[in-house]
Design a protein around this ligand. Structure first.
Ligand code: MG
Length: 332
């Protein structure tokens, strides 16, 4: 491992996994942490517990801002464990000189998003640091959710599951890139940033047999699939032609030399659903604007355990690897 921390170590991909495993897991090792779920399942399986810090730049971007992101990020990680987000903390580190007006705007966004989740902030912390010690504002949120459906776990995926995605991929990463680089788009590309609890609740109410769910944030869908293949000791086989990508995102990917499967999302999730319930799950997801183009992208096999295979549009196949390199820093 490199002697100093690199930007790539925060990319949600391979270098990031190495940092977490060799430094943090090594020191903090325990049964709950090693499950590597989106949120820790605690208190006899009744509560989900998760934390996330937000450093996005720019603070305001098409479709959302750092405040909305800070609530969606933590609430979505709870929702992915079948939990109803309930109590959050809010810690901010603010740079001296930051505009009070912008701070109010950010906090208002947080309030609106909390309401969508039916969650409240019950504890917080504020630190102000001298100019230059932090870039404008960093936010941390930690959340507790009440698990409504037990047993959802990315360690339990088997060949009786199919793999779905809730919508077209890569909008958040592409929108941040465009905003940062000042790229004028003729289209209306927005971040997908959204709270996912409503969709999860509808899936649970319809009694869909959910094996696992994960929001495809840093590292995108390819990071999620690779994590799942390893955690569940299965091979995930993905059909390239069924992966939904909008034209705008595809255009940005061409410019960047990226693949949409590696780009970050903030309101898009991957689902492993019992085969029998594929149509039922899709019917539920299609009722929501955010997931109206939800689709099956693959299945589970034992061809190459721990790996993800992508069947290309040309009829060939290759491994879909965990993203490496810097990708886009400070997207969340
Ligand atoms: Mg997550």
């Amino acid at each position: 491992m490199n002697k100093n921390v690199t930007l790539a170590m925060g990319n949600g991909g391979e270098e990031n996994n190495e940092l977490i495993t060799k430094i943090f897991y090594k020191a903090f090792k325990n049964e709950i942490l090693q499950k590597s779920e989106d949120a820790a399942v605690i208190h006899g399986g009744e509560l989900a517990f998760s934390t996330d810090s937000f450093t996005v730049s720019p603070l305001f971007f098409p479709g959302a801002d750092i405040g909305k992101l800070a609530i969606c990020g933590t609430c979505n990680d709870l929702a992915m464990m079948g939990a109803k987000p309930k109590y959050l903390t809010c810690s901010v580190i603010i740079e001296e000189g930051f505009s009070i007006k912008e701070l109010e705007r950010i906090v208002q966004s947080m309030k609106e998003e909390l309401e969508k989740n039916g969650a409240i902030v019950v504890s917080g912390d504020t630190k102000v640091v001298p100019r230059g010690s932090v870039d404008k504002i960093f936010i941390n949120t930690t959340g507790i959710g009440e698990i409504q459906k037990k047993g959802i776990s990315s360690n339990n995926i088997s060949d009786s599951d199919v793999i779905l995605v809730s919508r077209d991929l890569g909008r958040h990463g592409a929108a941040i890139f465009a905003a940062r680089e000042g790229i004028e788009l003729t289209s209306n590309l927005q971040s997908d940033c959204a709270s996912l609890y409503v969709q999860v609740q509808a899936l649970m109410e319809a009694d869909v047999k959910i094996t696992a769910m994960r929001d495809a944030t840093r590292g995108g869908v390819s990071a999620v699939l690779n994590e799942w293949a390893k955690q569940s000791n299965v091979c995930l086989e993905i059909e390239e032609k069924s992966i939904p990508v909008s034209e705008e995102v595809y255009g940005i990917c061409e410019m960047l030399g990226f693949e949409a499967v590696n780009l970050a999302n903030e309101g898009t999730f991957v689902l492993a659903i019992d085969k029998e319930d594929e149509q039922k799950a899709l019917d539920v997801l299609h009722r929501f604007e955010n997931s109206s183009n939800a689709v099956k992208i693959g299945s589970v096999s034992d061809a190459y355990v721990g790996k993800v295979i992508i069947h290309t549009a040309h009829g060939t196949r290759r491994f879909l690897d965990v993203p490496t390199g810097e990708l886009l820093p400070r997207i969340c």
